[in-house]
Ligand binder design. Structure first.
Ligand code: MEV
Length: 315
């Protein structure tokens, strides 16, 4: 039997990094997906085929012996087989519309889609249980995760998220596009998050003031989203980027891209961990084409995306 599931990637509209320290973040799922196909195989192994690598390994290996990008898949396959059919082998195939490892939630979408596809071979389980499995899987590569990314990849739409209260879906249907541009600078979320932790340890007072400012900024954004006020959302995005600059997750390349995108869009910022990866720029029909061509003229790879309201899908 074959079981398939797909989950959207995401952008963080406001609040990355600060969310790790309890501040509320606003995230959007995007209409670019990762699809995972899982099936039982006669051979007693876990087999993974993906663009981040392939693996064929016996079951029950210590998780640290598995290469980092493939660890969550192995973890989920091993755990789920053990529960339902310990003698079975499993094959997982991953297809992606999202560039991997660039801050667009590919790792979370992989965790969510894999948890659903693998468990779907045996039983259909509710989204909240899929989410728990996905966060545990993501922790095998990123123990400090706030859980925000997996949450938006599971439920889709726009949501606010904080560590203490979890997620709350926001019932807005704002009409905007994201232009997403890839810096092609490699980054590791884990490393950038620990760099911010060091910054915080050296600048406790300033950092807690920044958390307060970020929190106030985000509190003001809900009304702008509700009214689809793109100018004001854009101004808040630009402000958020200043805070991200301050905590040291930007760099020259990202700054250059943001400056360029700000010329035609409503506002742009890093999305996700920073240090590399992608920026997002907010646009509508009036400035979408201009923003894209401005970035492309300067040799930046970019594409547009809209909000995905579906979240995890199984079929
Ligand atoms: C990464 O997409 C977002 C961070 O805030 C880390 C996290 O929330 O787990 C940098």
């Amino acid at each position: 039997m074959t079981s398939k599931a797909s989950a959207p990637g995401k952008v963080i509209l406001f609040g990355e990094h600060f969310v790790v320290y309890g501040v509320k973040a606003i995230l959007c799922a995007i209409d670019k997906r990762i699809t995972v196909t899982a099936e039982k195989i006669p051979e007693d192994v876990i087999s993974i085929k993906s663009t981040v690598g392939n693996l064929k390994a016996i079951k029950n290996k210590p998780i640290t012996e598995i290469d980092a990008p493939l660890r969550p898949f192995y973890y989920l396959a091993n755990k789920i087989i053990k529960k339902y059919e310990p003698d079975s082998g499993i094959q997982i195939t991953v297809d992606s519309e999202i560039p991997l490892g660039v801050g667009l939630g590919s790792s979370s979408a992989c965790c969510v889609a894999s948890a659903a596809a693998i468990s779907g071979i045996f039983e259909k389980i509710p989204k909240d249980e899929i989410l728990k499995l996905a966060i545990d899987a993501e922790k095998t590569i990123f123990p400090n995760t706030s859980g925000a990314d997996c949450t938006v990849c599971t439920y889709g739409g726009i949501m606010q998220y904080d560590k203490q209260n979890g997620h709350q879906k926001l019932d807005y249907k704002p009409n905007f596009h994201f232009v997403i541009a890839n810096s092609k600078v490699e980054h590791s979320t884990k490393e950038v998050v620990s760099k911010v932790e060091q910054f915080k340890e050296k600048n406790e007072e300033k950092f807690s003031q920044m958390c307060k400012e970020e929190s106030d900024l985000i509190d003001g954004v809900f009304a702008f989203l509700e009214n689809n006020d793109l100018k004001k959302i854009g101004t808040s995005i630009i402000k958020n980027q200043e805070y991200l600059e301050f905590i040291g997750v930007s760099n020259e390349k990202l700054r250059e891209m943001i400056e360029l995108a700000n010329e035609s869009s409503f506002g742009s910022k890093i999305t996700g961990a920073g240090g590399g990866g992608c920026i997002i720029a907010l646009a509508d029909e009036t400035n979408l084409e201009n923003t894209i061509s401005q970035l492309q003229k300067n040799n930046y790879e970019c594409f547009s995306a809209k909000i995905d309201f579906k979240g995890l899908d199984t079929f």
